[in-house]
Structures are given as C-alpha cells and as structure tokens.
Ligand binder design. Structure first.
Ligand SMILES: Nc1ncnc2c1ncn2[C@@H]1O[C@H](COP(=O)(O)OP(=O)(O)O)[C@@H](O)[C@H]1O
Ligand SMILES: [Mg+2]
Length: 253
C-alpha cells in the first residue's frame, strides 16, 4: 500500500528542506521506491537534490491543448507525457508540478492527471508532496487521503499557532488525514529551557503531536550554497541525526 506524506507550513519554515531530508531518510531505510512531488509553483526541491528539471506538469498541460500525435487519445498522450516528465533516480523519482493553471484552466488536463496519478501511485511505497502554503495540488492530483501530514513551524508560539491554522485548511479541501505531526525547525541549538517550555505550551494549546525539533544548521546552509545534493550530507551530521530520529518516531507508529 502506498503511503502519502504531505508537507505543510508557512513559507520559509522548511517544508522543502524537510522533504529533501525525508527522501534521504526513506532511501537510507530502504523504504523505496519513493515519488517526491514538488507541488510548489516556485519549485526548488530539485535544487536541494541537485537535479535539473526539463519539463513540469504545468508545461505538459499546455501541450495538451494543442495537437496530439495521430493514433493517440488525449489521455494516452497525457499519460505518456507524465511518465516522460518523471526524473528517475536510484530509489526515487521526482515529479515537478510547476506553475498552476492561469485563468481559463484546461480542466480536462487535471482529470487526466488525476487518472494517471491513480495508476502511477501504485508503483511507489511512499509519495512525498512538498506543498506550498495552500494544498490545492493534492486534490488536483487526486491524492485525497494523506497518511502523514507533516506541518513545519518556526520555533515560536505564534508560528505554532499559524501551523495549527494551516493544518486546518485540509478540512475544506476534504482531505482525509490519517496522522498529523508538527516539526519545529530552525531552533536555536541548544533549545533553552524557557524556549522548550514555550514550545511545549504552544503545542499543547494547538493540540498537535510534536514529532521533534530540528536545530538551525550551518551544514544545511553550506550544502545549499555549494549546490551539492542534500542526499550527500553525511549520516553523522547533527541535522541528519535529528531528522532521522523524528522520522523514525513518525514511521514506526
Ligand atoms: N534547520 C535549518 N537550518 C538552517 N537553515 C534552514 C533550516 N531549515 C531551512 N533552512 C533554510 O531556510 C530557507 C527556507 O527553507 P525551505 O525549506 O525552502 O522552506 P519552505 O519550503 O517552507 O519555504 C532555506 O534557505 C533553507 O536552507
Ligand atoms: Mg518550499
């Protein structure tokens, strides 16, 4: 059974960072194959994984409006294009959604996408969806049931309350969420007792499960600056250890 993991949270909190660390974790634990979906219009998960993107699904949708090769139906053509757009790596594939529909959406394309996703999903053990703050792409892709919703927040009480509100936007989208966890990211290292108390209190008020805290990490910043893949971060790096401990907690339950 394919498990769907969706990332949510305010812009800049660390959703894409967490997605990249999660790809690394699942590969490390042999929980493969993985499909990583970059569902942010300003896609940059590929950069953290040091992969270049030829074509996004947004671009494919535009193609579909024009002529299609003879002897092919539009849904066959869409399916072929979607498969072509996958970036295939060892243990995981990356799919990039790109820009959403402008005005005058070609909605049939979304139906083809939803149909293809249903079939495609079966090929993977885990699907990670790196969302922008809104999560409309999930329903567009027909991913209505989320097994794990991971909400990323900065280490402040206000940030955590915002995370709570973001988690609630799954309701009007009629997404079924099985399990929901909060990850507090970019915390000072070490977390002072006062800050820890504030985080615990905010987590309790927000009625969320805290999966763990990731420190602000120079290793991540250096890796991003150097352009090397996050997959190449050494397993003994503190941030990797923290991320692995968090994911072990989440995926062992
Ligand atoms: N734990 C961390 N330590 C240091 N920098 C971080 C950490 N998490 C994220 N960042 C940095 O913060 C910025 C925003 O992170 P990103 O993952 O792109 O956020 P989002 O996807 O939620 O918008 C990036 O430049 C990233 O490198
Ligand atoms: Mg992002």
């Amino acid at each position: 059974m394919t498990k769907v993991i969706a990332l949510a949270g305010k812009g800049g909190t660390g959703k894409t960072t967490t997605s990249a660390l999660l790809v690394k974790y699942l590969l490390n634990r042999g929980k493969t194959p993985v499909l990583a979906v970059d569902a942010d219009a300003n896609a940059n998960l590929n950069e953290l994984l040091d992969l270049s993107v030829d074509v996004t699904l947004g671009e494919i949708r535009k193609d579909l409006k024009g002529d299609i090769p003879q002897g092919m139906s539009r849904d066959q053509y869409m399916e072929m294009k979607i498969h072509q757009s996958l970036i295939e790596e060892t243990g995981f594939d990356l799919m990039v959604m790109g820009q959403p529909d402008g005005p005058g959406c070609y909605c049939a394309a979304n139906q083809y996408l939803a149909m293809t996703m249903d079939k495609l999903a079966e090929n993977y053990q885990y699907i990670i969806v790196d969302n922008e703050a809104g999560m409309e792409h999930l329903s567009r892709m027909n991913l209505r049931a989320i097994d794990y919703l991971l909400i990323v927040s900065d280490p402040s009480a206000r940030g955590i309350m915002t995370a709570r509100r973001i988690a609630d936007i799954t309701k009007p989208l009629q997404l079924e969420v099985e399990k929901q966890y909060l990850i507090v990211n970019r915390a000072p290292d070490p977390v002072s007792p006062v800050l820890q108390e504030k985080i615990d209190e905010a987590v309790q008020n927000a009625d969320m499960n805290l999966a763990g805290i990731i420190s602000a990490s120079d290793d991540l910043i250096d890796q991003e600056l150097s352009g090397n893949s996050y997959l190449q971060l050494a397993d003994n790096t503190k941030v990797i250890q923290q991320a692995y401990a968090i994911f072990d907690t989440i995926f062992s339950q």
